[in-house]
Design a protein around this ligand. Structure first.
Ligand code: DGJ
Length: 738
């Protein structure tokens, strides 16, 4: 009898062990694993995010509830992947809903999951639902294997009788368990984009968010850097980079809990956005893009650069046009003849295109300054009697392409559009209107407005099929938050407005797939990876002082490839040399926004050569791997090198900012070269007089490294002596494998 009982017990135990096989979802890239587990309570938990696990069997070793705090305490609530509200988790939820019966709790249980191959990686889709309410959430993750990047977003849907109010809607949620966490956020303002600030995260929440509605990233950037067990370092240590694809109110929440675990919640900012979700409709969150590196920020940035060029950025693998813009040169003061002359100057400079900026449109209230005209997208007859077609023709005659500026989401009250459709503007009906740059934001929640905004591009393209480029600006935040279209549903405005903007961008891309467009927002206040699906590049800042730009470009390059970052040579800092300014702009997508008449013959000659060099080296600078070598934030210098994918070419940019008396000028050690190959070092972008010196005579600005041949090994271990103690110097080197 006892034997029978024991056999039965053994069978039952085996069955239990078998049944206890844990449901595990593994989201893998080449170097990382994000592991999720369905717990015995039916809910989904994150059990791991870190270095790639080598043994599949180890996935069964995780326990959803075992997350030791730094003091050894164990958290039994677990890291719920998409934490609901009103349950045992007392920290920030991913989702919160007020149901039709007034109940404010949501608890999601695992239903099913699947994985399928998609371009560049694997998409994991996980379905969750609430067993008390007809609410479904689908979590999406695309893991890009080679680039070690994951893109995550979620969809929320319900079938309750009436609309529910959703008031938390995270894109995803991630958890970490380290000794300490250091957040580097990026803040800014007009002409001051991408300013880093690092702090150690302590118990409680740190929120980086924006409430500007449009021009949303003016003060807070939608990206961040996380250092684990110490501040993020450039080439060592564990670092995570993350960015949210949302050109509206976003919020990045970092919450350290009672056992020192960190949760990261990227989301649309719920501020003034209790969202009424109708039954059967899907609420899709923005995409959150992140990457983890054990070799510091440098590697994480290259992960994002490679991923963006291959899978996200519009025409990421294609070419980019160099250009001459007229904004900093002429402002609003131009006409048909003066523009034709500038187009000839563009040709003379050797750039691909002339870009006409603000001030070419509107007739009843012509755009002669920023007080009038936005909304009336017809060429001003008094200035441009033959309209845009004549400009396209002049460009053709000059031998350059033609591009044009628009700001289609905005309206000046002094415009025909506003007179005809005052209800198309976001504006409070019962309060005094506050104007930012004398304009209002059009109500993009309104489908009619979306059609109108689309028609701005469409009409110009229909009239001028040879238009080669748009610069799409967005200068105002939303200032008077009320949508005449949404009536008593104002909680949806901030969100539906942004969706409307993206609808139009998507439509433009669908109908004009080969049209390059620059994303601009009163400088760099729009730099998100959703917009960049439709745009080929963005304008980093109106601040083109080359010193300032070096800092801005350093920050932005952590998240965006050089190919996506437009940089122009201007007269913002006349005290610096044209060479210094041009070298700084040549590190990104090069353009000029300067009167060529303001330059000496030598300077102009220099610029022509620099443009030629840039055209020749685009495959290295725009498509190669980027290595930030010497930080302007930590030294009086700055250096960055780019290496072509086959490592046969490299370009090094080195700058002396404001060196102190007897300041250090360390050798610049390059990175990413082939240690076994020999490279010839040639200094390029030289002012003409340097080339006229007698052979052997050291030129004023040529370094002694010019013409030498070194191994990649030497260049990476010993480096080049290219920094100087002189203010405002720059040197550019082309390295060619022999
Ligand atoms: C802001 C942009 O950043 C500038 O480059 C320029 O296009 C102006 N708007 C025009 O109004």
């Amino acid at each position: 009898m006892r034997k029978v009982f024991l056999t039965l017990l053994a069978i039952l135990t085996m069955a239990y062990v078998h049944a206890a096989e844990k449901k595990v979802i593994r989201i893998s890239t080449d170097n990382t694993d994000l592991v999720l587990q369905v717990a015995d309570n039916g809910r989904l938990y994150q059990v791991y995010y870190g270095d790639k696990l080598l043994h599949e069997a180890d996935l069964q070793n995780f326990d959803w509830y075992v997350h030791a705090g730094s003091d050894g305490s164990i958290s039994r609530r677990g890291w719920e992947v998409y934490a609901g509200s009103g349950n045992e988790d007392y920290f920030e939820p991913a989702v919160a809903i007020t149901h039709n019966d007034g109940n404010m709790s949501t608890m999601l249980k695992y239903v099913s999951s699947e994985q399928k191959a998609v371009d560049g990686g694997t998409e994991t889709t996980i379905r969750l639902s609430d067993d008390q309410y007809p609410v479904d959430v689908t979590l999406h993750y695309i893991a890009y294997a080679k680039e070690n990047v994951i893109k995550a977003w979620s969809e929320i849907k319900h079938n309750e009788k009436k609309a529910v109010t959703i008031w938390r809607y995270a894109s995803t949620m991630l958890y970490f368990n380290a000794q300490s966490y250091f957040l580097t956020e990026y803040h800014g303002d007009w002409a001051k984009e991408g300013q880093p600030a690092t702090q150690e995260l302590q118990f409680g929440k740190k929120v980086v968010d924006t409430k500007l509605g449009s021009r949303a990233a003016m003060q807070a950037e939608p990206f961040f850097e996380l250092g684990f067990d110490g501040p993020a370092r450039e080439s060592e240590g564990r670092v995570m980079l993350g960015t949210i694809g949302w050109t509206g109110n976003f919020s990045l929440t970092f919450e350290v809990d009672n056992v020192n675990n960190l949760r990261v919640i990227p989301a649309i900012n719920p501020y003034a956005s209790d969202y009424l979700l109708q039954p059967g409709t899907v609420f899709t969150t923005p995409e959150f893009i992140f990457t983890l590196s054990d070799n510091g920020t440098s590697q994480a940035s290259r992960n994002l650069h490679d991923w963006a060029r291959r899978y996200q950025l519009n025409d990421g693998m294609g070419d980019r046009l160099t250009l001459l813009n007229n904004w900093e040169n002429t402002g609003f003061d131009f006409n048909q003849e003066s523009l034709a002359a500038l187009m000839r100057e563009a040709k003379d400079l050797g750039v691909d295109m002339f870009l006409l900026d603000d001030g070419w449109f509107a007739n009843k209230y012509p755009r002669k300054d920023d007080h009038a005209g936005l909304g009336d997208w017809e060429a001003t007859r008094s200035k441009l009697p033959d309209g845009v077609p004549a400009l396209v023709k002049s460009a053709k005659e000059a031998g350059v392409k033609f591009g044009i500026w628009i700001e289609p989401e905005m309206v000046n009250p002094k415009s025909e559009l506003f007179e005809k459709h005052p209800d198309w503007a976001i504006r409070l009906p019962n309060r005094e209107t506050y104007y930012y740059r004398n304009q209002l934001v059009l109500d993009m929640a309104n489908p009619k407005v979306q059609d109108y905004v689309y028609s701005v591009v469409d009409n110009l393209m229909k009239e001028n099929p040879e238009l080669a480029y748009f610069k799409w600006d967005c200068n105002s935040p939303i200032t008077n938050i009320y949508s005449p279209y949404l009536k008593d549903n104002q909680g949806n405005l901030y969100i539906d407005h942004v969706r409307g903007v993206y609808n139009v961008m998507r439509r433009v891309k669908e109908n004009y797939p080969n049209l390059p467009i620059m994303l601009c927002s009163g400088g760099g206040a729009r730099c998100d990876y959703e917009s960049l699906k439709y745009f080929t590049e963005f304008w980093c800042s109106d601040d083109t002082d080359p010193y300032e730009r070096l800092y801005i470009q350093w920050s932005m390059s952590k998240f965006f490839p050089a190919k996506a970052m437009a940089a122009h040579v201007t007269n913002w800092s006349k005290t610096t040399s044209v060479k210094f300014r041009t070298d700084v702009a040549s590190m990104c997508k090069l353009g000029f926004d300067i009167g060529l008449q303001s330059m000496t013959a030598e300077e102009l000659d220099f610029c022509r050569t620099a443009v030629d060099n840039f055209h020749r080296l685009k495959p290295v600078i725009l498509d190669g791997e980027q290595y930030r070598l010497i930080s302007p934030y930590e030294t009086d210098h700055m250096a960055v090198n780019y290496v072509s994918t086959d490592k046969s070419k490299a370009v090094l940019f080195a700058y002396d900012l404001h060196p102190r008396f007897q300041g250090k000028t360390p050798a610049v050690r390059l990175q990413g070269l082939d240690a076994g190959r020999m490279y010839k070092v040639t200094e390029i972008n030289l002012m003409p007089q340097d080339n006229t010196l007698a052979p052997g005579q050291p030129a004023k600005e040529v370094t002694s490294e010019d013409g030498k041949i070194y191994s990649g090994d030497y260049l990476m271990k010993v480096g080049l002596n290219v920094l100087t103690p002189k203010e405002g110097q720059s040197h550019v080197f082309e390295l060619t494998a022999q």
